[in-house]
Design a protein around this ligand. Structure first.
Ligand code: SF4
Length: 218
């Protein structure tokens, strides 16, 4: 809803909450003030924001930078959760949660451009499914943090394996979208690439090697 107030494609109000960038930001600022007042100064608050709606008539990169700077200057926010595009139709939504047919990490440079312009930590989630890409994004200074939701649906032990030096054994998210389709239907987020996900009470993610089994001859 905050994004809809910000976007000139959606927000056609002609009162103090619509029209120019300042007015479209008003509702966001009021919500941010209320959230900070409710949680106090020590609670970490982040905000998801597009870095460029990538649509004719929508917020471009320059306006998104203007908005992000204004939000950062309030001192009420601890980090941005940035992405690019706009989820107003199926193609826009696919850009936010890219399925296997879409490019990997397609919005990294756009998000990195906004990060350059604001003095707050930046997280980006959207189509970064593997550790090598995440490592590149952070080490090259494009991001401070990478959000990897589906990657951890496919392998909830991703971080543990990385910390233990077992990166090669991470079960990769292949972007088939089975989890997303189910969630959008109000069902639990099962994974087409990991049968244990969402079935942890019946099936463990960690399976001990069976020492009784002998190698099969085929
Ligand atoms: S179902 Fe599993 S592999 Fe497919 S997109 Fe979701 S997490 Fe990734």
């Amino acid at each position: 809803m905050l994004g809809q107030f910000l976007s000139p494609l959606i927000n056609t109000r002609d009162d103090g909450y619509g029209g120019n960038t300042h007015n479209r930001l008003r509702f966001v600022m009021e919500v941010l003030d209320a959230v900070r007042a409710a949680v106090g100064p020590d609670f970490v608050v982040g905000m998801r924001l597009t870095a460029d709606e990538l649509l004719k008539g929508g917020m471009d990169a320059a306006e998104c930078i203007q908005i992000a700077r204004a939000i950062a200057e309030t001192g009420q926010l601890d980090f941005f959760n940035l992405l690019a595009g706009a989820p107003y139709d199926d193609l826009g939504l696919a850009g936010w949660i890219p399925p296997m047919g879409m490019p990997s990490a397609a919005h990294l440079s756009i998000v990195g451009g906004l990060k350059e312009a604001v003095d707050l930590p930046v997280l980006h989630a959207g189509g970064i499914a593997d550790i090598a890409t995440a490592r590149h994004a952070v080490s090259s200074g494009l991001l401070d943090m990478v959000g990897m939701t589906r990657a951890q649906i496919a392998d909830p032990y991703l971080v543990q394996k990385l910390a233990a030096g077992n990166e090669d054994s991470v079960r990769p998210c292949v972007g088939m979208g089975y989890c997303v389709d189910r969630v959008n239907q109000g069902k639990d987020a099962l994974c087409g690439h990991n049968p244990a996900t969402g079935r942890e009470q019946q099936m463990s993610h960690v399976i001990a090697r069976d020492t009784e089994l002998q190698p099969q001859r085929w």
